[in-house]
Structures are given as C-alpha cells and as structure tokens.
Write a protein that binds this ligand. Structure first.
Ligand code: SF4
Length: 173
C-alpha cells in the first residue's frame, strides 16, 4: 500500500513524486521559522480557546493511505499554521487543512498564514480534488512515470538540484 503525507496535497506533483522516494530536506532557517510561527500561534490561540496538539493519524483509501498531523485542534476546529502568507500555497494549504478536518471529523478549520487568519468550513469539493490528486500520484508511482511539474512552485522547492522538471529561472531556495 502506498503511503502519502497529507502535506503534499495539491502541490507540484513532481515534488510529491520525489518526496515519495526522498525525504525533503528543508534549510534550517525555514525549520526554525516554522517552529517560531507555531509557538506564536499557540500563545495567541491559547488566549482564545482550549487547544491541543494534533496526533498523527492515518486514513485508508483503496489505492493509498494518507498520514498526517494537524498542528492544533480545539473542540470543534482544526488549526493549521504556516509561517507566512504565500498566495501560491493558499490552495495546497486549504487542501491540507480539509484533509485534516476529514481525519479529525470536524467541520471547521482555521488556516493561519503569517498574520492572516482564514476561517473555513469543510469543503467536500476540495477533499474530492485532493483525493483525485493522490489517485493520480499513485498511478504515476505504480507506472514509474515522473509527473509533469507545476513550475510556479520551483522558487520554494528543495528539490531544484535533482528535479528534471525544474524551472531554473525561478529556483532560488
Ligand atoms: S523543482 Fe519545480 S518542478 Fe521540480 S519538484 Fe520542485 S516545484 Fe516541482
């Protein structure tokens, strides 16, 4: 059974394909930035509601398993934190949040991207699109066929040195 991470949802499919074989290695400064953002978000959220850290969960489908952990959960809401607002990552982040809502059986989600807070209701449409994406990824992996890249993400990708589909003009990570 193929196992995929929820955080790959609707990102460049070449990124997810490579991530299946190699663990993405983020620069230390980005890891620290992410940790700091989570810490800040935790303090802010705790002043408003009861929250706890999400636990790693799996959800099984016919051709693949999804695994992931929401950053925080409250009684009725799932919260995902990103260190900054990046328009390119808005849709993948919403897909990720919706899949966590599915896993946690909650209908409300809060996406924190830097200073922005986006409250959302669970969207079955977004969930269907995300699952279709993972179906497609599974097909590529089973057929050993590298998918086409979504090169608008190359500027924020850690695979630029090994990727066949990279757009060198955009890559600077
Ligand atoms: S370098 Fe570009 S095309 Fe290749 S995986 Fe990353 S985002 Fe996708």
């Amino acid at each position: 059974m193929l196992t995929f991470f929820v955080s790959w949802a609707l990102r460049c499919m070449t990124f997810s394909y490579i991530s299946y074989y190699y663990k993405p290695k983020l620069p230390k400064r980005l890891i620290l930035k992410g940790q700091l953002s989570e810490k800040r978000a935790k303090t802010m959220l705790k002043s408003k509601m009861d929250i706890k850290r999400g636990k790693t969960k799996k959800i099984y489908f016919k051709n693949f398993t999804l695994v992931g952990r929401a950053d925080f959960i409250s009684d009725d809401c799932v919260i995902e934190v990103k260190s900054s607002f990046n328009n390119k990552f808005l849709i993948p982040s919403l897909a990720q949040l919706n899949l966590y809502m599915l896993m946690e059986e909650k209908d409300k989600g809060l996406l924190i991207m830097g200073e922005k807070e986006i409250l959302v209701e669970k969207s079955n449409f977004v969930i269907r699109q995300s699952l279709a994406y993972f179906e497609q990824l599974a097909k590529h992996i089973l057929e050993f066929k590298i998918p086409e890249g979504d090169t608008e993400f190359c500027g924020n990708c850690c695979f630029t040195k090994i990727c066949f589909n990279v757009n060198k003009d955009q890559a600077h990570l």
